[in-house]
Design a protein around this ligand. Structure first.
Ligand code: PHE
Length: 351
């Protein structure tokens, strides 16, 4: 092959390469075309192999033509490849695309249960006053739930609350606690005064549920034992709590009541948050009876190893369900158990 014949091959192949590259419709076809034109056995390469047979000047001249043609071809194939790749990416983006004009899917966050809301509110109030939060076990023994609270085995107060006993072999006297007051005993056993605690939790009674009773419900207990604690401290503390739960203008009244573990014992009423004590359909006579309270019975202090001549204290226990019903106008206590989202949704954003 002489120099002109070689140049003719290079020019022809360059032209053919451009045509093939243009004709390719995808990356595989393009790659096949590239091999056909620039492969080791393609006419281009075969002609290039002949360069050695030329004289030095001719070889340089023809070699330059070959190099330029090869470079141009390579660029043609590279450009075409880049175009196919861009096209593929566009197609992927289009098929994978997000339509920003579609309406969004609103996330549906849950909300705290009304009982949790009330419990938090009460506990937060006491934490602000410097009280500690303690939790007791839900399965108690007879001593903590009854005897230490001044309710001996034959005491009539045991019949005021029907209890649910737990059958665990070897532990004949275990029951589901009937009130959070047992937490008082455990706290006093564990430390000396001063004691300022609140203890929220679940309690159990053998009771048929109705609009105002549940067999499983919640209380929050408060206990203070220190030097010189008086009935006035109890009333002041109750006022702080009543106002934080039901508004700044609430008044608190105490009437006589009997609980074996306090003396004197009191039933605590709060002036109605709706009519402010005038009388309405929420309260009837202007007052809402809210909880039981009293000065810790000296016998209870002694049962826990405290010197009842030195220390005095007060305690109260409040039903959380009852507070939730009053605060949120819930007509039936059982709604708090049903888990109906239409009911629960209404507490979204309350706290
Ligand atoms: N534990 C009592 C109840 O469940 C309430 C209470 C607590 C009363 C503390 C006085 C003092 O009814």
């Amino acid at each position: 092959m002489d120099a002109d014949a070689m140049i003719a091959v290079f020019m022809r192949e360059q032209e053919r390469g451009v045509e093939l590259a243009d004709a390719a419709t995808n990356l595989e076809e393009l790659e096949a075309a590239r091999t056909a034109v620039l492969g080791r056995k393609a006419p281009f390469a075969e002609a290039q192999k002949q360069l050695g047979s030329l004289g030095e000047d001719e070889r340089r001249r023809v070699g330059q033509v070959a190099n330029e043609a090869r470079r141009a071809l390579q660029a043609t194939f590279d450009d075409r490849r880049a175009a196919f790749e861009a096209q593929a990416e566009d197609a992927l983006l289009a098929s994978d695309g997000v339509d920003l004009s579609l309406p969004g899917r609103r996330p549906r966050p849950g909300s705290l249960h009304p009982l949790t809301l009330v419990e938090h509110e009460v506990v937060d109030t006491f934490v602000r006053l410097g009280f500690r939060v303690v939790e007791g076990p839900e399965i108690e023994d007879d001593w903590h739930n009854f005897q230490a609270l001044n309710i001996p085995p034959d005491h009539p107060a045991r019949t005021m609350k029907d209890s649910l006993y737990v059958a665990i072999p070897g532990h004949p006297e275990l029951l589901l606690r009937t009130e959070t007051s047992a937490a008082q005993i455990r706290t006093m056993q564990a430390q000396q005064p001063p004691i300022y605690i609140v203890s929220p939790g679940r309690v159990y009674r053998r009771e048929t549920s109705d609009a105002t009773h549940l067999a499983v419900f919640h209380q929050v207990e408060c206990l203070v034992v220190d030097d010189g604690i008086t009935f006035a401290d109890l009333k002041g503390t109750l006022e702080v709590m009543a106002r934080s739960l039901f508004g700044a203008n609430r008044r608190v009244r105490l009437g006589p009541a009997y609980f074996p573990f306090v003396e004197p014992g009191a039933e605590v009423g709060v002036s109605c948050f709706r009519c402010d004590g005038v009388g309405c359909r929420v309260c009837g006579n202007g007052w809402i009876e809210l909880l039981g309270a009293g000065m810790v019975h000296p016998q209870v202090l002694e049962n826990c190893g405290y010197d009842s001549e030195r220390y005095t204290g007060f305690a109260f226990g409040m039903g959380i369900e009852r507070v939730a019903m009053l605060k949120y106008g819930i007509p039936d206590m059982r709604m708090l158990l049903e888990g109906d989202v239409r009911f629960l949704r209404q507490f979204q954003g309350v706290a």
